[in-house]
Ligand binder design. Structure first.
Ligand code: AHR
Length: 511
């Protein structure tokens, strides 16, 4: 995909300039690739208060709910236009036995969640509750099967239970449990992180298991499965090589996990960090582009027609758990820094959609880089939520190639970081949306945008920024970081001139 970043200046020290300049040349007539809406996918795991308390409170809860799902969260998620939701894990998936989560709630076993803090798992949220949630949100379900500790038969029966119309025993059982019609389930994951929590396997062994388990994931009654193999963790190119060689076209998608973490032994606070820490994080976040390129190059070798999708089904920031929260629940705050990580990562995904067909940020509520945080009956939208909402105009739109010139800096670990990020798309009505981020913590950027002489009548936009990069929303102050109208874009004879404030994300609508 064509987006070129040219270097204007490379400096180790930060020059004293009040404002900097960048150019973006967009080619509206050269768009070919549609940005799949699934690039904006989400992930919900039985982990901490993602499901219980975050999405699901049960019908008897005093918290306002619709059939057990929190109303405030449902309303917020609908505005995001969530296209696909991955469940039940993560690591949890490889210890999950789906039959524990069907039938009368009072008969479901209470178990221990061994992966995440030893919390009691009462199985009140199971297959019906998940698939009905997807229907309420209007999104595709992505069900991750248990290969680590489950049997081939168990996974085969789960697929039958969810998707077979009639005839077999699983369809009969589903009907007895109150669901007459099968659900449509497109995406099925065959294990998760099989190199780690999903069974500590070698890629050769997992490749054989994938072949075996996936054989019995049948297409029932017009339901067409898209089968996703458990893929590599960030820099493990050998895993991708072995899977492509030994599995190849038997999979429709191969996953990849990439977390923005500078140091796994000391991840750092979500809210207390230095400017240097911030730039280092941006450098690590942008490194996903190189990681994607390398996995894609391996996939291209075995699959030059690009039939197999690369599914980045876990990504996002991972900080120390918020002090005072339950250990193992991965509850973290979410600042303007996280918002910039989200914007930059989505910009990168847009450039590789000829291979990257789906991504799922981790996770949707109360865990890692969440969209919403809840506390009892209170809920707040995170800065990352706002980026996903501002960017949802790009879902299903045509990606527009562009060239960007801007200042670049060398940050910790010798990573080179462009100070501006940009992406553009044209929707079905012909409206162009341009998203721009200014990474610089102190200086504005003046961005000159050309559109190949396309006549432009109007421009308006919204901006996400705040006084400090560590600013975040709290239950007492839930609207500290939120989008505002943006007045800094003006029409010019050749296109647009945009004054992009320091540490900001802007989405423009151009007609
Ligand atoms: O998202 C949290 C965990 O991170 C997932 O359960 C696992 O797949 C990954 O290691």
């Amino acid at each position: 995909m064509k987006q070129t970043i040219l270097c204007l200046a490379l400096c180790l020290s930060f020059p004293l300039m009040a404002q900097r300049e960048a150019t973006v040349a967009i080619h509206p007539e050269q768009g070919k690739q549609v940005i799949p809406k699934e690039i904006y996918g989400q992930f919900a795991e039985h982990l901490g208060s993602c499901i219980y308390g975050g999405l699901w409170v049960g019908e008897d809860s005093p918290i306002p709910n619709t059939k057990g799902y929190r109303n405030d969260v449902l309303e917020a998620l609908r505005k995001l236009k969530v296209p696909v939701l991955r469940w039940p894990g993560g690591c949890f998936a490889d210890e999950y036995h789906w039959m524990d989560g069907i039938g009368p709630q009072e008969n479901r076993p209470r178990l221990v969640n061994n992966n995440w803090g030893g919390t009691v798992e009462d199985n009140s949220f199971g297959t019906h509750e998940f698939l009905n949630l997807c229907e309420l949100l209007g999104c595709e379900p992505y069900v991750c099967g248990n290969v680590g500790s489950g049997s081939v038969e168990e996974l085969a029966k789960w697929v039958e239970y969810m998707t077979a119309e009639q005839g077999g025993p699983m369809a009969k059982l589903r009907k007895e449990n109150g669901r007459e019609k099968p659900w449509k389930v497109k995406y099925i994951g065959v294990g998760n992180e099989s190199w780690g929590c999903g069974g500590n396997m070698r890629p050769e062994y997992y490749a054989d298991l994938y072949r075996r388990y996936s054989t019995y994931c049948r297409n029932y009654d017009g339901n067409q499965l898209f089968k996703i193999a458990s893929g590599a963790s960030d820099y493990d190119y050998n895993w991708t090589e072995v899977l492509m060689r030994n599995v190849g076209g038997r999979m429709d998608g191969l996953s990849l996990h990439y977390y923005t973490v500078n140091n796994w032994e000391d991840k750092g606070s979500a809210t207390e960090f230095t400017d240097e820490d911030y730039y280092e994080t941006i450098g690590k976040c942008r490194e996903i582009e190189d990681v994607l390129r390398r996995h894609i190059a391996i996939m291209d070798k075995y699959d030059p027609q690009k039939q197999i999708g690369l599914m980045v089904d876990e990504w996002g920031t991972w900080w120390d758990e918020e002090p005072g929260t339950i250990s193992g629940h991965l509850f973290q705050q979410n600042t303007l820094r996280d918002a910039l990580v989200a914007a930059l990562t989505l910009d990168i995904f847009h450039r590789y959609t000829d291979r990257v067909r789906m991504t799922n940020i981790a996770q949707i509520a109360n865990v890692l880089q969440a969209m919403v945080l809840t506390d009892g009956d209170r809920m707040l939208l995170t800065p990352t939520y706002h980026v996903f909402e501002m960017y949802n105009v790009h879902q299903g739109a045509t990606f527009l190639p562009l060239e960007l010139t801007c200042e670049r800096r060398i940050v910790r670990r010798d990573r080179i970081v462009p100070m501006v990020s940009a992406t553009a798309s044209r929707d079905k009505e012909g409206v162009i949306h341009i998203s721009l981020s200014n990474i610089d913590l102190n200086e504005a950027q003046v961005v000159t945008i050309s559109l190949d002489n396309l006549p432009v009548r109007s421009v308006n936009g919204r901006i996400l920024t705040s006084a400090r990069i560590g600013d975040h929303n709290t239950f007492d102050r839930p609207d500290l970081v939120k989008p505002e109208d943006f007045k800094g874009a003006k029409l010019t004879s050749g296109g647009l001139r945009v004054e992009l404030p320091a540490k900001s994300v802007v989405t423009l609508t151009v007609r």
